[in-house]
Design a protein around this ligand. Structure first.
Ligand code: SAM
Length: 279
């Protein structure tokens, strides 16, 4: 690949700014700019979009997003040691990078972004699932963002895209796939990161659907799915006993057998169940 920008290689950036990786912040950095450009491309056409990046670190992915043509990048980074390196990127791409030094779980970014919005991040593993759940459960649907392109531990990525009947199928799969199209677009070995984590990683791309695949009240669906998977080895008639006194009738009215286990029920089935329980 031709050189992405005139900035120094990431190893040099890390050495200059003494960015020794901190485990407590989930710091496993991507140093290969070819790879960060590839992740940026997996997010789709960024040219007319604002991109929210959580945890830019030394800025490898940030540079990929900017070089791939993002209109603007808003990067939220908790570790203030990274700010000088990010300031160099901001100077190389005038008016296109804004950095907020803060905790992504606490900062309200809505005022800083203009649609269309794409979220792209090599997430810190300790907060990745929590952020994903928040992005998937906004007060209103459709959400402010168009797509999420996120790095997870491979095992978490597999839970997001899992199909009924598999061990990985559960709350995360239903939450993600009820209102998004979700797929794994890349898997990465530990050696892709510095320092290398113990596990493999994967990038998941989620495209929002304008409306849910099947009608259901989000809160009821979430409650029913949680109850069913909290006791995933039990039959629905047992795991959902607390949801309604006549639960077996309601399960049948939803077109399901009360003897099914949670992992055998499709998203359509859970939505039918949520509608029957809400009736
Ligand atoms: N994006 C960089 C890359 O790909 O090389 C760094 C990724 S590293 C896996 C995760 C980054 O998230 C680190 O820079 C870390 O400091 C930052 N981070 C950790 N917890 C955070 C939080 N709660 N809010 C914002 N950033 C956080």
């Amino acid at each position: 690949m031709a050189q992405m920008d005139d900035l120094p290689p990431l190893r040099e950036v890390i050495a200059t700014h003494e960015l020794r990786a901190k485990k407590s912040l989930g710091q496993n950095f991507l140093l290969d700019l070819n790879l960060t450009a590839k992740i940026a491309r997996a997010a789709g056409d960024l040219s007319g979009c604002d991109v929210l990046e959580v945890g830019p670190g030394p800025g490898g992915l940030t540079r990929g997003l900017l070089a791939e043509g993002a209109r603007r990048v808003l990067a939220v980074e908790k570790d203030s040691r990274c700010l000088p390196a990010l300031a160099e990127i901001a100077a190389a791409y005038p008016e296109r990078l804004e950095v907020i030094n803060g905790d992504a779980l606490e900062v309200d970014v809505s005022a800083h972004l203009t649609p269309p919005i794409r979220v792209v991040a090599n997430l810190p593993y300790n907060v990745g699932t929590e952020l994903l759940v928040r992005w998937l459960t906004p007060a209103e649907w459709p959400p402010a963002w168009d797509s999420l392109t996120l790095m997870f531990q491979k095992e978490v990525a597999e839970r997001i895209v899992a199909q009924p009947g598999s061990k990985a199928y559960g709350r995360l799969a239903i939450l993600a796939q009820w209102r998004c199209e979700a797929r794994i677009v890349m898997t990465l070995p530990p050696e892709a990161f510095n320092p290398p984590p113990k596990i493999h990683s994967a990038v998941v791309h989620l495209n929002k659907l304008d409306a849910p695949r099947f009608p259901a009240d989000a809160a009821v669906l979430s409650r029913v799915v949680a109850a069913a998977f909290n006791q995933r080895r039990k039959m629905l008639r047992a795991s959902l006993k607390g949801q309604a006194p006549d639960i077996e009738d309601r399960i049948r009215a939803a077109g399901l057998e009360p003897t099914l286990r949670a992992e055998q029920v499709s998203i359509e089935g859970f939505c039918a169940l949520a509608r029957e329980i809400a009736r």
